[in-house]
Design a protein around this ligand. Structure first.
Ligand code: NAP
Length: 445
């Protein structure tokens, strides 16, 4: 570890860190441009992140005036790292090349390797000359909304900005590394009661779920709303069910095993459907859906909560969208942010227009939304769904778990932190929330 990283770990102040040199290279997880074709001819399921994700030293890029170097203590696996590592639906090098053409600073990103990762918690090592609100030594978490603040279209809701990007997916120098380069407006305070790995897993999925359900830019959920949450113990779903409960609504969680049902019950979600045990077959074949199976799901939901759902929290996509549109109540809302099982969607439009339902798209979160979602983690009102922790060297195995849907909640990855459980500063708050509640996902993994 370089001197500046050791000093930051030992609690050096901003002046001391400012006087120290950054290393010329750092350890990172990346995919290579030369490997783009490595999975040609294979089905999505057969493409293996363990083969494409590499670990090694990469050159540290120069720091732009509005950026910070952050020593990443821990990061997490998001589905976008799975997409990058299997080169689907597109190789992410196209994103880097486009960013490379935008400006001199952008040109740093267009490389033959892509350092991946869109989450991170760590310590600021240095700040660029234009950074005002943060200093070296600050303990932070990072959100992934990468916005050009000189673009006028970014100044209402920055997620509407013409050149909005996701850091570590559509830009380089991401969080699955010992150092990351981020814009200062990606920085947020680290929750003091959490370890590095507990703090690192939240920003991407927590902020996305917050915008989808709580924000006026999303469903603007109200008390008493019933919300169907697909993948309710997965990355997004684990936060979504907590937002519904905190907001006075009733989540109806859908999962695929009895152990996931038990996990959600412990979290406080009483209405849970095991889709595997129920054996829904929404698709008869590749081209035909079965409305009677949508009806069966609707009946099961009414059996649990007595009525149809106000909101559907959608992300599986092709496999479930027909059912999602069907089971939403008259005037209900289907909030969608993804399409894991396929993005060419089919649903029966008659159920949408005759029952005055809406479908609304959502994508990550603006800085304000990410900040508010982070504050709820800092206050202990949203629990981190950490289920497993891998060292950076095993990032391929960690991504494989997510690709194959073998995990629950979120998987943490230790980067500069070499052991688990470090970084907890506020033990009092931790005790108040309860170790048992903070480790629900860990205990059920
Ligand atoms: P995740 O941790 O893998 O969780 C997804 C859950 O969905 C799984 O646990 C699984 O739960 C369920 N699922 C998967 N395939 C399904 C299917 N065919 N039918 C029904 N349920 C299915 O992933 P995540 O982090 O929640 O992300 C989910 C998707 O959202 C990914 O495609 C990701 O890229 C996307 N995403 C988008 C944004 C954005 O800003 N637009 C942000 C975050 C994530 P069970 O097997 O237990 O049912």
């Amino acid at each position: 570890m370089s001197d500046i990283m050791t000093a930051a770990l030992e609690g050096a102040g901003s002046e001391e860190l400012a006087a120290m040199a950054m290393p010329e290279s750092y350890r990172a997880a990346f995919v290579r441009r030369e490997d783009i074709g490595m999975f040609e001819g294979l089905e999505t399921e057969e493409k293996d992140p363990r083969k494409s994700l590499k670990i090694g030293e990469v050159a540290l890029p120069e720091l732009a005036p509005d950026e910070a170097y952050v020593m990443i203590m821990a990061s997490s696996i998001n589905f976008n790292t799975v997409w990058t590592s299997i080169f689907e639906p597109l190789p992410t090098f196209g994103f880097l090349d486009r960013l490379g053409k935008e400006s001199a600073w952008g040109a740093r990103h267009a490389l033959d390797y892509h350092v991946v990762g869109s989450d991170g918690a760590g310590i600021v090592l240095k700040t660029g000359s234009a950074v005002r609100s943060w200093k070296a030594g600050d303990k932070v978490t990072l959100h992934c909304n990468y916005v050009d603040d000189q673009d006028p279209s970014a100044h209402d809701d920055s997620m509407q900005a013409a050149n909005q990007r996701i850091w570590g997916f559509e830009s380089n120098f991401g969080g699955l590394a010992e150092i990351a380069v981020v814009k200062a407006n990606q920085l947020m305070p680290k929750p003091t009661h959490l370890s590095w790995e507990e703090a690192a897993i939240n920003a991407l999925c927590n902020s996305t779920s917050y915008r989808m359900l709580v924000s006026p830019n999303g469903a603007d959920m109200t008390q008493g709303d019933n919300v169907l949450v697909w993948g309710a113990s997965g990355g997004l779903g684990a936060y979504a069910v907590q937002y519904v409960m905190n907001g006075g609504g009733t989540p109806v969680g859908v999962v695929s095993s009895a152990s996931k049902v038990a996990l959600l019950n412990e979290l406080g979600v009483d209405a849970v459907i095991d889709r595997k045990a129920a054996g829904y077959k929404f698709w008869i074949d590749e081209h035909t859906q079965d409305e009677s199976e949508w009806r069966r799901l609707g009946k099961d939901i009414r059996g649990l909560v007595g009525e149809d759902v106000d909101i559907v929290f959608e992300h599986p996509g092709r496999q479930t969208m027909g059912a999602s549109v069907f089971v939403a109540k008259r005037g209900g809302l289907i909030m969608t942010c993804a399409a894991t099982s396929g993005y060419m969607i089919e649903y029966d439009n008659r159920h949408l227009w005759m029952k005055l339902k809406s479908i609304k798209g959502s994508h990550f979160a603006n800085y304000r939304e990410a900040w508010e979602a982070n504050q709820l983690i800092c206050d202990g009102k949203i629990l981190p769904p950490l289920s497993a922790v891998y060292p950076l060297e095993e990032v391929g195995d960690a991504a494989y778990q997510v690709h194959k849907n073998l995990h629950e909640g979120k998987i943490g990855v230790l980067c500069a932190a070499k052991e688990e459980g470090l970084g907890i500063d506020n033990r009092e708050l931790r005790e108040e929330i309860g170790e048992d509640r903070l480790t629900i996902f860990r205990r059920h993994d």
